[in-house]
Design a protein around this ligand. Sequence first.
Ligand code: FES
Ligand code: FES
Length: 169
Amino acid sequence: MAEARLVSLTINGVAYEALAQPRMTLADFLRGELGLTGTHVGCEHGACGVCTILMNGKSVRSCLMLAVQAEGAELMTVEGLGREGELHPIQEAFMEAHGLQCGFCTPGFLLTVYELLQDNPQPNDDEIREALGGQICRCTGYQSIFKSIHLAADKLATAGAGEGAASPA
Ligand code: FES
Ligand code: FES
């Protein structure tokens, strides 16, 4: 077996350091080595979007990246949304507008929506459709997800000038 490499990175504002085999995916590293199991793994080949996280502010499929490629990066995972006992406005909106059923796809959707609303605080349906092009949900039929995103946009606008949208925690 190849020699494990030390990977140092920042996740949700916290510094982490752990060993990773050179071929270990970032998704497996997050879940198995760091215990951050909020990031889910589905297809493992970039098709479903469930493993989506933010790396240096941009969404990436963590199943398609190697852990060693994240050396020195700043990541945001679903654990970085909201605070202890307080949901992020996007999470609240998904809960209130029934944007999830089984919830397996939800971490990837939440991070994708977080990125979308940072770039475009009031997206229309076409813009949402394009942003969600890589996210698959087998339960909801997507209509409630669209409603959740519009509700999230309204909540963030009400919260004021990007407050909940601008900071990961
Ligand atoms: S598990 Fe990564 S895209 Fe499906
Ligand atoms: S809520 Fe079940 S897959 Fe999306």
